[in-house]
Design a protein around this ligand. Structure first.
Ligand SMILES: C[C@H](O)[C@H](O)[C@@H](O)C(=O)CO
Ligand SMILES: [Mn+2]
Length: 420
């Protein structure tokens, strides 16, 4: 290893040690945290089933940066490239539309065999897999409703799709020896003020009961439910609101998914974690960056991401929280988007682990808010970067922005040769 990196790390280690923070054990702890990298950043949420369908469900990707993956092999190659630039061992989050099969299979008929190549690949690379039913970009969701659809036949189609998805998820967990989280998100909602808010929610509740009726081994598989305040075309009312899923998840023992972009613009998920942790068995995060709305920008190391990291680390929530990412930006290199967002998410955890939390808590308890503020601010310029660089170097991934040259080379040699 470059001796400058080592020297800076040793100096940083001594400085943090003077506050009782052992950087070596922090890095050991960090190594065990898995981030679920969402496959859909790699191809603008197109998938491989129903590729002729436009992206619907009130979500949107803008930008036409060249090189989006067109096949499972291309997507896997891009994911591998990204993982080679990110420290640690992580997971990949698949949507049902990412099936790798020659068969023309309908969503309600998907089976583990349609995802076998993903399982083989995950085994080969020591990765975990998570899963999601895809309740959008389909003719049966074209009027904006799925599990809460008033037509029982359409509702049943989506119920069957979600049931089939759980089986796929359970297979992933069992094959890979890592719990798979299958997350249900549906777009259902109204553009304008509804006359009946209750009936769709009652239908959704019943539909979910049917979806989750079969018990699955929690060592292999956990269910999550994801709420939203509004989407494009569902500005007035979303059936699966936060209150709905918080109630459902707490009552039925499901993981509650908090997507950073799914709340009122002044609401932050970092402030929900401690409260939820007192009641929920587990939490799933969709780390995202809303810009004025649920715009799914690549996550940066902004105040909210740092706050999320602090809550997870200082609230001792890493053991009960599954950290997934959810952004999709088609205006920049998509491999770089993964690398930036995932490295930032890991950095936010490291930053929190390097905080003098005991001293801060004592100051707070004593009502000494001056010390709390002074220490918090001074620690912002502590040599966190030296510890991060050392972590990257010892994990065998590029240090600082060195990864960018790798991505540029990959763009030149691989992505730009893909054509439209
Ligand atoms: C593609 C994802 O499943 C989707 O983004 C969902 O998680 C969401 O956040 C919708 O706004
Ligand atoms: Mn999400």
């Amino acid at each position: 290893m470059n001796s400058e990196i080592e020297k800076s790390y040793e100096a940083a280690k001594r400085l943090y040690a003077s506050h009782g923070i052992d950087t070596d054990s922090v890095l050991e702890k960090l190594k065990n945290v898995k981030i679920s990298m969402h496959c859909w950043q790699g191809d603008d949420v197109r998938g491989f089933l129903n590729r002729d369908q436009d992206l619907t469900g009130g979500i949107s990707v803008t930008g036409n940066y060249p090189g989006a993956a067109r096949t499972p092999a291309e997507l896997r190659a891009d994911l591998e490239k990204a993982f080679s630039l990110i420290p640690g061992k992580h997971k990949v989050n698949l949507h049902a539309i990412y099936a790798d099969t020659e068969e023309k299979v309908e969503l309600d008929k998907i089976e583990p065999k349609h995802y076998e190549s993903w399982v083989e690949w995950a085994k080969e690379h020591g990765l975990g897999l998570d899963f999601n039913p895809t309740c959008f970009s389909h003719e049966k969701s074209s009027d904006g409703f799925t599990l809460s659809h008033p037509d029982p036949a359409i509702r049943q189609f989506w119920i069957d799709h979600c049931k089939a998805s759980r089986k796929v998820g359970a297979y992933f967990g069992e094959q890979l020896g890592q719990t798979c989280v299958t997350n249900v998100w549906i777009p259902d909602g109204f553009k304008d003020v509804p006359s009946d808010r209750l009936a769709p929610r009652r239908r959704l509740k019943d539909a979910l009961d049917e979806v989750f009726a079969e018990e699955l081994d929690p060592r292999h598989h956990l269910d999550a439910v994801e709420s939203k305040l509004f989407g494009l075309g569902s500005e007035a009312y979303v059936v699966g609101s936060h209150e709905f899923y918080m109630g459902y998840g707490l009552q039925k023992g499901k993981l509650i998914c908090l997507d950073a972009g799914h709340f009122h613009p002044t609401e932050v998920i970092s402030n929900k974690l401690s409260a939820l942790s007192l009641f929920a068995d587990g939490i799933l995060l969709h780390v995202s960056r809303p810009m004025r709305w649920d715009s799914d920008h690549v996550v940066t190391l902004d105040d909210e991401l740092l706050e999320i990291g602090k809550e997870l680390v200082h609230g001792d929530l890493l053991g009960k929280t599954y950290i997934g990412l959810d952004f999709f930006d088609g205006s920049i290199n998509r491999v770089a988007a993964w690398v930036i967002g995932t490295r930032n998410t890991i950095k936010s955890l490291l930053r929190a682990m390097l905080e003098p939390i005991e001293a801060l808590r004592q100051a707070e308890l004593a009502g000494d808010y001056t010390t709390r503020l002074a220490l918090t601010e001074e620690f912002k310029s502590y040599p966190f970067g030296a510890v991060w660089d050392y972590y990257c170097a010892t994990s065998g991934v590029p240090v600082r922005e060195e990864w960018l040259a790798e991505v540029k080379g990959y763009e030149r040699d691989v992505l730009l040769k893909r054509g439209g």
